[in-house]
Design a binder for this molecule. Structure first.
Ligand SMILES: Cc1cc2nc3c(=O)[nH]c(=O)nc-3n(C[C@H](O)[C@H](O)[C@H](O)COP(=O)(O)OP(=O)(O)OC[C@H]3O[C@@H](n4cnc5c(N)ncnc54)[C@H](O)[C@@H]3O)c2cc1C
Length: 316
């Protein structure tokens, strides 16, 4: 790391924090797409106080970005400047009180669905969504007609100054594939009110969703899932609804199934998924995405918006 950068990030005194701190950490190591350059600092806090104190010491000019499992992130090859905060196992509580559940933001969404099903609480739609609860809230993740925002009562987290605050659902304004979290806000936990259902019925739903996914999507490949939002704002999995305006259908009808740039490919199984065939760069992934957008626009005059979040610098 160059000296200039090091002095800007000199606020970090490793002895003060029990979490882990890595410098120049290659995000390709943890991203689902297996691409992306290094982040200056990757911080994995041990607990809420630890996180709050750390954030309070970060100078205003240093960027801070919360990340989960990077299942919806395309980190560019030149990497990210500043600090990425990743919540893990220390933020994985699941507590139930008065039929509401408090979920640590570091929980994997699929684990939450399975664990709650044992107790008769139905968040079965989370079973097939990769990533963490923090990422699911930021993205208002959903499938099969359910969105996490419909279940959220409040969230707790750390703001840009390091203060721990609680936001009610009215502050979050959940919309299709986004919520309005304040800039730089790190969600650490959320309270949700799931529906109550028989354990067997929830398990059956999850089983059906898993097999439907396996049948229709390349879920075992390096991908970020749906690359573009559906222009009509509905789940790409509700195939029976207004098929003509699904992103996958537009891409398919533009003849792009299997289109490749370098090692990046439009999935043949589900054309709204871009796949890293092994060794792709971020630039190849992004160029392929832009090629898809341009082709769809030329053919149908429909602008596809990225659902995958692109961050960081292009490499020189
Ligand atoms: C195979 C596959 C299938 C998918 N299917 C679906 C689907 O059906 N429905 C769907 O909605 N998505 C789907 N996705 C996309 C992705 O899984 C979701 O968006 C997921 O919720 C992202 O969670 P994450 O922890 O990986 O977040 P990341 O990708 O790490 O981050 C995504 C965004 O969330 C923010 N964020 C992460 N953690 C926090 C936090 N603690 N506090 C504040 N902000 C935070 C990040 O800053 C970033 O803006 C799929 C992805 C894959 C790979």
């Amino acid at each position: 790391m160059d000296m200039n950068k090091k002095s800007k990030l000199g606020f970090v005194d490793e002895n003060q924090f029990s979490g882990s701190i890595n410098y120049s950490f290659p995000l390709s190591k943890i991203s689902w797409l297996k691409v992306g350059g290094p982040v200056d600092i990757l911080f994995r806090p041990k607990n809420l106080d630890n996180l709050s104190r750390f954030v309070s010491l970060i100078p205003g000019e240093v960027d801070v970005m919360p990340i989960g499992a990077c299942s919806n992130l395309l980190v560019r090859d030149g990497g990210l400047s500043g600090v990425a905060v990743k919540l893990g196992g220390s933020f994985s509580e699941i507590e139930i009180k008065n039929n509401e559940v408090k979920l640590g933001a570091g929980n994997l969404s699929s684990n939450v669905a399975v664990n709650l099903s044992e107790l008769g609480y139905d968040l079965s739609f989370l079973r097939t969504i990769p990533g963490t609860i923090g990422g699911a809230i930021a993205m208002n993740a959903g499938c099969y007609g359910n969105y996490i925002g419909d279940y959220v009562r409040s969230v707790e987290g750390v703001d840009k100054s390091g203060k721990i605050i609680r936001l009610s659902r009215e502050n979050l304004k959940f919309e299709y594939r986004c919520s309005r979290l304040p800039n730089g806000f790190i969600v650490t936990s959320a309270i949700l009110k799931p529906k109550i259902e028989k354990k067997g019925a929830i398990e059956a739903k999850m089983k059906e969703m898993v097999s439907k996914r396996e049948e229709t999507q390349p879920i075992k490949k390096a991908t970020c899932g749906s690359t573009f939002k559906n222009p009509d704002g509905k789940s790409s999995l509700m195939l029976e609804d207004s098929i003509d305006f699904k992103a996958w259908s537009l891409i398919d009808r533009a003849g792009l199934r299997g289109k490749k740039i370098g090692k990046a490919m439009v999935s043949k199984k589900h054309p709204n998924f871009l796949i890293n065939l092994g060794g792709a760069t971020s630039e190849e992934m992004e160029s392929l995405g832009e090629y898809v957008r341009k082709s769809v626009y030329e053919k149908f005059k429909v602008s596809l918006d990225w659902e995958v979040i692109r961050v960081g610098r292009k490499s020189n």
